[in-house]
Design a protein. Structure first.
Length: 38
């Protein structure tokens, strides 16, 4: 079950990062690192 929770958390982080990128069009290194890892 923990694996399912981790996957859900990753999906939420990705969605939040995408929304933040759309709302705040700024070069965020954290978002870039997250996308690189994913």
């Amino acid at each position: 079950m923990q694996s399912a929770y981790t996957v859900l958390m990753l999906l939420m982080l990705v969605s939040l990062s995408k929304l933040a990128g759309r709302l705040i069009p700024l070069p965020l290194p954290l978002v870039q690192i997250g996308e690189g890892r994913c």
